[in-house]
Design a protein around this ligand. Structure first.
Ligand SMILES: Nc1nc2c(ncn2[C@@H]2O[C@H](COP(=O)(O)OP(=O)(O)OP(=O)(O)O)[C@@H](O)[C@H]2O)c(=O)[nH]1
Ligand SMILES: [Mg+2]
Ligand SMILES: [Zn+2]
Length: 355
């Protein structure tokens, strides 16, 4: 196996050549958990950490490697390596971390297609799908929805979900899947291409790791029953990990996510709610909030049935969240600047001192 099997792209190869980086110093992050990494060159895996320099120079989470990243590295002991750089990313999946406003969490890098998985028995929720679509659209990643566990409900329920989804998310690609009966599995494997990187995302317990086990036809990942008391998953997967399937496609498993906060990238919301934002150009007031103003083209579209009111609600909520995120970032930058100034002054004051 080599870098090509790990899914390296033309642009990344060009970058390596242009910068005279030796191929032996390139690896892909195949597993990540709290700043501990496993990286692979295709034929060798290394336990790796980032250099102190990299940590020191990092101004945000985006400066740390994520699973799927291509990195430059130096082997220092058999099986051990130091990561000293990240190659420019083709795409990035990120969310706002729970509880910490303004802190971004990286889900995976250099993903081509994200499988957004929801189980049809108790997890289906279009508002949440729109959230996932937004982070995919911000990151330049193709979203595909997987409606899992179809064996648990009857045909009627599935038809209802399908028509709801098709009505609200026109043109969105989705597959039905039962990892238990095997329904839809061939559609998914047929869709996955050699050398492309896929990522499975969704709530805990929807069947992400089970799907990957099915793709490999053996239990490479732990899975767990749904909790009887809460009817939710037990957060079985705790790290992000990348695998190469027999047919040469690459797939990343991720831990179940409870919340999916929206980050600062406006493009994500813009392309997910393109129809709403287009209509908004026709609102009478340029600062229209679409919440009841006279001459609001968006409300008009809701009234005549072109836009689903739930989509509009979801859109407005995510916009507010993004504003909140942006202002918390601005606040943090201000604090950082003040701290930097203080450090400088202290250092200046010390000038001339002898130790
Ligand atoms: N009936 C049915 N059960 C399934 C299906 N797919 C997965 N399950 C079950 O759902 C439970 C959770 O599956 P996991 O694969 O562990 O879920 P996960 O999404 O990886 O969960 P986390 O790792 O916690 O995020 C397991 O008991 C699986 O056997 C399916 O298609 N049908
Ligand atoms: Mg799992
Ligand atoms: Zn309006």
């Amino acid at each position: 196996m080599d870098l090509k099997d790990l899914g390296i792209s033309r642009t990344q190869r060009d970058y390596i050549e242009k910068n005279n980086i030796h191929e032996n110093n390139i690896a892909r992050v195949i597993r990540e958990n709290r700043e501990r990494y496993i990286i692979s060159t295709g034929d060798t895996d290394f336990e790796a950490e980032i250099t102190g320099n990299m940590r020191f120079a990092a101004s945000s989470r985006e400066d740390f490697p994520a699973v799927g990243d291509w990195v430059t590295m130096i082997e220092f002991d058999p099986g051990k390596a130091i990561i000293n750089g990240i190659l420019p990313r083709k795409s990035l999946l990120a969310r706002q971390a729970t509880g910490k406003t303004g802190e971004k969490q990286l889900i995976a890098a250099n993903v081509d297609t994200a499988f957004i998985m929801q189980s049809v028995d108790n997890n289906f929720n279009i508002n949440r799908i729109e959230r996932y679509l937004t982070i995919c659209n911000s990151g330049g990643i193709e979203p595909v929805v997987l409606l899992s566990k179809t064996d648990l409900v009857n045909e009627e329920v599935i038809e209802k979900l399908r028509s709801g989804l098709e009505k609200r998310e026109k043109g969105l690609k989705y597959f039905l899947l039962s990892s238990l009966s095997g329904e839809g599995l061939d559609h998914i494997t047929g869709y996955m291409q050699k050398g492309r990187t896929y990522c499975v995302m969704g709530s805990s317990g929807v069947g992400k790791s089970t799907l990957i086990n099915r793709l490999f036809d053996r239990e490479i990942l732990d899975t767990n029953d749904i909790s009887k008391s809460t009817n939710k998953g037990k957060h079985t997967t705790t790290f992000r990990e990348l695998f190469i399937t027999e047919s040469g496609s690459i797939i990343i498993d991720t831990p179940g996510m409870r919340e999916l906060g929206i980050t600062d990238d406006e493009e994500g919301i813009h392309s997910t709610f393109e129809d709403i934002e287009k209509l908004a150009e026709n609102c009478r007031f340029s600062d229209c909030t679409h919440t009841g103003e006279k001459g609001c083209a968006v409300i008009e579209a809701v009234e005549n049935g072109t836009i689903d009111v739930r989509s509009l609600d979801n859109y407005l909520r995510m916009k507010r969240e993004q504003e909140h995120y942006n202002s918390s970032i601005a606040e943090r930058r201000q604090k950082d600047r003040e701290f930097g100034k203080m450090v400088k002054e202290v250092l200046k004051g010390k000038k001339g001192h002898k130790y």
